[in-house]
Write a protein that binds this ligand. Structure first.
Ligand code: SAH
Ligand code: SF4
Length: 345
């Protein structure tokens, strides 16, 4: 059966026409769905008969809260959702001065195998559907009572490895008839699947692309990110150039600071050289320690020096503020713990 929340409003209109219904019903139903209703019976402006026929024809996904942690320091909320087949994914809700930002997952697990990442440790279990990604946002809004204004696709999973569903999600979430979050308020983070970056450029979206670079040289990057063997730094940078040339949108580069691995002075220099002449922004992320990984975080003064070295060479760089320091910080850690404690999952 089709998941109703994975349908665009146009697809929903067509499905309703097939059922002999008026097209305006699609707007009503879409509106209910984006408010996070948990059954068709909640759609009180539809006839009982129509609600019943919808229930017979479509699946309505309703994730449940498997775990929830609220930071006492800054109110950040981390959710672990249980999906209809029992799989779990996590999302985070953060409060910023300019609104509420959420970080959502795009896959159950991840097959990219980055050495520092808790999400990739168990490999890929499955892709999330467009509706399931949307659900993370709908049900965070419902549970917290907050209105989400910004979205980052930086939870578990490689968004460009689930390209079609992620693209559909981007259309759903920015649809005026639904929760209508503008694409300029959405960031997509990728480990660097170069040909998919080029494909994405062709979609002409207004989103911000974030590239997890983490090292400017192939030797280091390949040793922590297997994707670099398929798409080495030069190939990746070519795709990034193409993305900017096609969309005119500045790219954000994520750079993880790992002690004696990615934080050496020559790497700052090489990174600056790589980005010279490109509209770019570098986000320095202090590494979150993951029990299974031998990497450790850089010292704060090393991060500062690295940032200064970039700025001196004309590259804008900021250090990411850590939210929710008292709850499992790095993406993937909550699901990891759940898997460890409950191996039946
Ligand atoms: N798969 C995508 C998006 C999800 S990961 C990607 O890799 O870009 C989101 C970000 O968290 C990426 O920049 C990733 O490299 C980073 N990350 C993963 N594990 C981390 C850790 N232990 N410490 C710091 N950053 C981490
Ligand atoms: Fe996957 Fe991103 Fe984690 Fe790498 S960092 S394993 S791409 S989720």
């Amino acid at each position: 059966m089709t998941e109703i929340k994975s349908l665009t409003i146009e697809e929903l209109r067509a499905a309703l026409a097939d059922m002999g219904e008026k097209p305006f019903r699609a707007g009503q139903i879409f509106g209910w769905l984006h408010r996070g209703v948990e059954s068709f019976d909640e759609m009180t402006n539809l006839s009982k008969d129509l609600r019943q026929r919808l229930a017979e024809r479509f699946v309505l996904t309703v994730p449940t809260v498997a775990r929830k942690q609220v930071s006492r320091v800054d109110g950040t909320i981390k959710y672990l959702w249980r999906l209809r087949d029992g799989d779990c994914v996590e999302s985070v809700l953060m409060h910023y001065e300019h609104g509420v930002s959420v970080c959502v997952s795009t896959q159950v697990g991840c097959r990219m195998g980055c050495k520092f990442c808790a999400s990739g440790l168990g490999g890929l279990k499955r892709h999330l559907s467009a509706g399931e990604i949307l659900d993370e946002i709908l049900f965070m809004q419902k549970d917290s009572g907050e209105t989400v204004s910004n979205i980052v696709l930086m939870g578990t999973g490689e968004p460009l490895d689930n390209y079609d569903n992620v693209l559909k999600f981007l259309h759903l979430v920015s649809c005026p008839e639904g929760i209508n979050i503008g694409q300029r308020h959405i960031s997509l983070s990728t480990s660097g699947i170069a040909d998919k970056i080029e494909a994405l450029a062709g979609e002409k979206l207004q989103i911000t692309l974030s590239v997890s670079l983490h090292a400017p040289d192939d030797e280091t990057r390949s040793s922590i990110m297997p994707v670099n063997q398929a798409y080495p730094v030069e190939r990746l940078m070519r795709a990034c150039r193409y993305y900017f040339d096609t969309t005119g949108r500045r790219i954000s580069y994520e750079y993880m600071m790992a002690r004696d691995k990615t934080d050496r002075p020559w790497q700052a220099e090489q990174l600056a050289k790589l980005l010279r002449g490109r509209p770019a922004h570098v986000n320095l992320i202090p590494l979150n320690e993951v029990a299974e990984s031998p990497l450790s975080p850089s010292k704060p003064e090393t991060v500062r020096r690295f940032q200064q070295a970039l700025e001196k060479r004309g590259i804008t760089a900021t250090v990411r503020r850590k939210l929710g320091p008292d709850i499992d910080a790095a993406c993937g850690q909550l699901r990891r713990r759940e898997l460890r404690e409950n191996t039946a999952l």
